[in-house]
Unconditional design. Sequence first.
Length: 378
Amino acid sequence: MAPVVSSVFSYLNDKLTLPSTHRELINLINDKGCILTNCSELETPALNVTLRILKIIREEALKVLNGPQADFEENLTNRLFSVGEIKYWQVTRESVFESILAAIDELKRELRSSSESISALATNLVHSDELLLTVGYSKSVLKFLSTAKSVHAFTVIVTESFPNNEGHHMAQELSKLGIATILVPDSHVFALMPRVNRVIVSCDAVYPDGSLRAITGTHSCLLAAKRFSVPSYVCLSPHKLSPINKHSYLSKFDAPSSEPDLEKLTIKDEKPSKKNKKGKKKEVVESKVEEPKVALNPTQPVLETCPDYQHPDRKILPLEPITHSDLVRVWAPKFEYIPPGQTNLFLTSTGAHPPSYLYALFREFFHPNDVTNALNWI
């Protein structure tokens, strides 16, 4: 289970003892979920866990009001048989507190065992003498390939995932497991894809329409796989499901707060007027960018004693003292957005599902009212 998920559980468990009624408990968790989502750079796990706890709270209230056999799903086809508005104010804390804690403990066990459930699918999806490809480093992909190694013999191509070079660590871990591994630059993916049998990657978040947020380099890999009709699998842990589509909000971590003034970056030189074919005068304006005051050197050696060794995102900058310029802004994104339709299967703790099945998972995990309220959190 991710550290962010454990922190969210610890924080919310401390708040469960405060309210006296069920309605107050839901309002409190909503307020704390808003704080957690805005304070966490990786907002998807915090959003996921908070909404799943809210779904648990609502289900336990229905058991008290309508009995253990209460229908938790809303009837969207016939409103005549819908349960109507639930009177949460009639449910006391004492009647649901113990059952809520037990359900949350069950959710914790589910998240902890998700990697084992995903890796159990490896024996049926991977076959002997196949050539697999993965991007960067991922614990879920590593465990998936480790389980497949116990039954089949295969070869794995790992892209280095520059500039963090997480693929080097992945290649080392696979070699320790006795798996034949080939480490290649990111630019070699398209040339090698015709020989690949399957692509297995991980992600940071999955949205209801099937789009992904994954480490940089995953999109180009999935595009190449689609071009050559190579099946692609995504290892998806339950806490990485985001019930809010990416285009529904703009995260403060996805875009800069302000853009540089482009007029300061160019010098306009007016040239003598020329005549076009119709005899009219036409102004010709040429723009050129100033010489950069900071030279970026990707091949600069990195020493263990320098700060750049501790922060690999800055490896492209030279080590010697430089004059900083306010007109130069360099972005090295860690994640990228992958539109829907690029993957074949999502490997989850409940099995391997096509992208069209994601809506059923979101309906099972989250309550629509909580998802609507969560739109105001971010």
